[in-house]
Design a protein around this ligand. Structure first.
Ligand code: NAP
Length: 239
């Protein structure tokens, strides 16, 4: 029987590339997002490998109901990747932009991660992957809410890992922290070391296979993570 995965936010970028890598590796993949035309295109490329469902994380109760219905249709799920995310520069501290980031990256992602954990506890096994960001490591004046939302996600995932270890369950929790990846989200003159999306997806898949606790994508971003963590405040504020 094929292993089964659900990707939240598989319409474009990293999520779409991951859906293709999983299908290439024999998974049956539930794909979700708001842009149904893009989902349908992907499903039609390999109808036996994909189940496509509309999902808007800014409607968390509806999103949870859709997620649970997918799990039922698929008769269980081995791997859930919470990938959806949003955020662009917000120098004027526009509240509606802040609200959207919190609704999707925090409330929406937790709504699904929580539903996935209930499924995994019932099944007795599962693997939850959250696509956070290297941005989780420090605040940013350009868009204060985005790194904060990713710090929330990474710390939340650590809490879930703590819980499953304490309960001795066969559940794996992986925190993926990408640097810049060549998608619609990472455009602009501030971007450097931008990785091709296929390379990022392949490295994320390797981290999943190795059941990693945390992975920086691509690997060279480990260096930036180390700098981010060790740089004193006075230097960080100067750069
Ligand atoms: N690209 C980078 O450099 C980079 C770096 C670090 C972390 N990340 C993270 O990687 C993840 C994927 O981003 P990406 O770079 O691949 O950008 P992307 O192509 O813009 O993908 C974003 C995904 O999130 C989904 N999404 C956004 N709002 C949603 C909502 N309200 N409900 C459900 N899904 C929603 C989008 O689907 P729909 O619009 O169809 O709903 C899309 O599938 C994000 O969490 C992002 O924060 C990206």
């Amino acid at each position: 029987m094929k292993p089964k995965a659900i990707i939240i936010g598989a319409t474009s970028g990293i999520g779409r590339a991951l859906a293709q890598v999983l299908a290439d590796n024999g998974y049956y993949v539930g794909i979700t997002g708001r842009r149904v035309k893009l989902l349908e295109e992907l499903r039609a490329s390999r109808p036996d490998s994909y189940l496509a469902e509309f999902m808007d994380l800014s409607e968390p109760e509806q999103a949870r109901a859709i997620f649970n219905a997918m799990v039922e249709k698929m008769d269980g799920v081995d791997l859930v990747i919470v990938n959806s995310g949003t955020g662009k520069r917000n120098e004027e501290l526009d509240w509606s932009m802040d609200q959207t980031i919190i609704a999707v990256n925090v409330s929406g992602c937790v709504a699904i991660a929580n539903a996935a954990m209930h499924v995994f506890f019932r099944q007795g096994h599962g693997h939850l992957v959250g696509i956070s960001s290297i941005a989780a490591l420090r605040g940013s004046r350009y868009v204060p809410t985005y790194p904060a939302s990713k710090a929330f996600l990474s710390t939340y995932l650590e809490g879930l890992r703590h819980k499953v270890r304490h309960k001795k369950r066969a559940i794996t929790i992986t925190d993926i922290q990408p640097g810049f990846v060549d998608t619609a989200m990472a455009q602009g003159d501030y971007v450097f070391w931008r990785a091709p999306v296929d390379k990022a997806a392949r490295q994320i898949y390797q981290a999943i296979c190795k059941k990693k606790k945390r992975a920086y994508i691509t690997r060279r971003w480990r260096l930036i993570a180390w700098i981010q963590k060790t740089l004193p405040d006075f230097l960080y504020h100067k750069i």
